[in-house]
Design a protein around this ligand. Structure first.
Ligand SMILES: O=C1C[C@@](O)(C(=O)O)C[C@@H](O)[C@@H]1O
Length: 250
């Protein structure tokens, strides 16, 4: 199993890593959010750029990212533009999505980039990320339902084939048994097919248990809310760290 190491953070080894999202609408809000979330000691910070008011202004995005990268250093930074079709805040064209992600990785002010599995330009974006030494977290989200176990595994395997460094899937449960499906798929994928860390979660409060059970079932990281949650069911990061430590009785 490959471990992804960014400075002193080793994803795929030890306790699941805590990723805290930044949800500010402008640089001022983002910087004050960074000050607050530092107290939670996040392992990784995710910038949800789809929340930025000026995200369609590429120059502004590049300025913001270099400022927040510096403010967070040495904490690794994950850049995410969540598309509207997968639950994000803003609709942009596929062309702009590709341009945005490529420019961001070329700026080298990020350590990891989220690339959606179903984006039409996924291959090109992965190639540009690799040539700039930025790790790819490939993602898929279903805010409506939980696909069958085989389908969840199929998507995670496909991400591996496409060169993802970390395949990731988030699904919505309708019933508690959907959470079991997600956990079962995670365990099977991690123990039989994955040669790299994966991240999975079942959303909303029904699925919250999946966000603390990564060490058992094989999810290498978990998203914990900072000032504002970026998805339903996220546990505040400070509490999340305590829970992970309590559950680790070794
Ligand atoms: O993909 C994910 C996972 C997530 O949707 C969650 O459910 O915690 C939160 C998002 O910010 C992140 O990009």
């Amino acid at each position: 199993m490959k471990v992804i190491s960014i400075r002193n953070i080793h994803i795929g080894e030890g306790l699941p890593k805590i990723i805290v999202p930044l949800m500010g609408k402008n640089l001022e809000q983002l910087l004050s959010e960074i000050n607050t979330i530092k107290q939670a000691g996040p392992d990784i910070v995710e910038w949800r750029a789809d929340v930025l008011d000026e995200v369609e202004n590429l120059e502004e995005v590049l300025e913001v990212i270099s400022t927040i990268h510096e403010a967070l250093y040495p904490t690794p930074l994950l850049f995410t533009f969540r598309s509207h079709r997968e639950g994000g805040n803003k609709k942009i064209t596929d062309t702009y999505y590709k341009q945005l992600l490529c420019e961001v990785v070329q700026s080298r002010a990020v350590d990891l980039i989220d690339v959606e599995l179903f984006d039409p330009n996924v291959n090109e974006i992965v190639e540009v990320a690799k040539s700039n030494n930025v790790y790819v977290v490939m993602s898929n989200h279903d805010f409506e339902k939980t696909p069958a176990k085989e389908e969840i595994i199929f998507r995670l395997k496909r991400m591996q084939e496409l060169g993802a460094d970390i395949p990731k899937i988030a699904v919505m449960p309708k019933l508690p048994t959907d959470v079991l499906t997600l956990l079962d798929a995670t365990y099977t994928m991690n123990s039989l097919y994955a040669d790299r860390p994966i991240i999975t979660m079942s959303m909303a409060s029904t699925g919250a248990i999946s966000r603390i059970a990564g060490q058992v079932f094989g999810s290498a990281a978990t998203f914990g809310a900072g000032i504002e949650a970026s998805a339903p069911g996220q546990i505040p990061a400070v509490k999340l760290r305590k829970i992970l430590e309590v559950l680790n009785t070794d």
